[in-house]
Design a protein around this ligand. Sequence first.
Ligand SMILES: [Zn+2]
Length: 353
Amino acid sequence: MTTELYTASRLRVLRQCLRLHYYRYELGLAMPQSDEARFGTVGHAALEAYLRTWQAGELDARLDAALTIVDQLDSEFDRVKLRLLLVAYHERWGAEDWDILAVEVEFRYQLGEHLLGGKIDAIIRQRTDGRVYVLEHKFTGVETSLGGAYWEKLTIDTQVSIYIDGATMLGYEVAGCIYDVLKRPGHEQLLATPPDRREYTKGKGCRRCGGSAGGKDGIVQGRGSYSVVFGAEVKEVPCGECDGTGWKKNKDGVPEAPRLHANQRDSDETVEVFEERLLGVIAESPDSWLQRSVVVRLEHELPAMRNDLVDTIAIAELCTTREAWPRNGDACARFDEIRFPRGRAHPELATAI
Ligand SMILES: [Zn+2]
């Protein structure tokens, strides 16, 4: 039997659905990348550039290095989202007193008779106390408030244990895992209201130039001018009351022409206005978009975590022996086998085992 490589991703798939594991890791089928997954991939690459520049000691060049990567996203609105997140990340965490010891470092280690492996985003040392941490980034669209379900799950996440064991095998004495979570804004471009659903206020016609502001005549726009007789000549003079608009001015001096209801739009939001709106949202509470928590594994917890890994792998191997990969209806109903293009089993790693 060949030695199978187990990564944190593979173990997650195993727990999710055995049949999915069969498709993904036995047949080598990959799922087409969703826009959200693509956002995470490019965001990850941007932070990698950020950390590599940091590692090289060019602190002032870090943000620009990260922003260059953003162009890999197709949607200009997604580019705005990622750019603003990266700027906020730099503002929030850029002043950490860290040495970057390693970036995107792969590891392999033996657990019993199994081979575990993966790639760590970075390994850093806090200069203040000399402690070393695994640094891990996650981009997510889900609710991430501290103390919520997202973080609760992390405390038993086998990934953290694998990374701590992996970093230890690489020769680092690791105090824990610093988890950076960047929440992808769910905001979308505001689109114009379809013409057949637009509703307008009525406006107020200027009486001076022949309009009507209501009553039995209803709303009628003024002509904006009126006729004046100069001797034999008739001249059309602009109406000063409404500045020639035909609509009565309100107390602020603005003509009250019919306009779209406040919650409707006559045009799509531009990317510039979208950026301004999103900047306001992120600036209002940066902490809800960028969260960081240190996950520690106490020495006495690690054996139980390792047992979980070994037992999960044992299930996979039993399935291989029996050539049976039971479907998990809860997880599998979402997938359509035919759409899966072929891909490498561990696309996140540079080399196969
Ligand atoms: Zn008028």
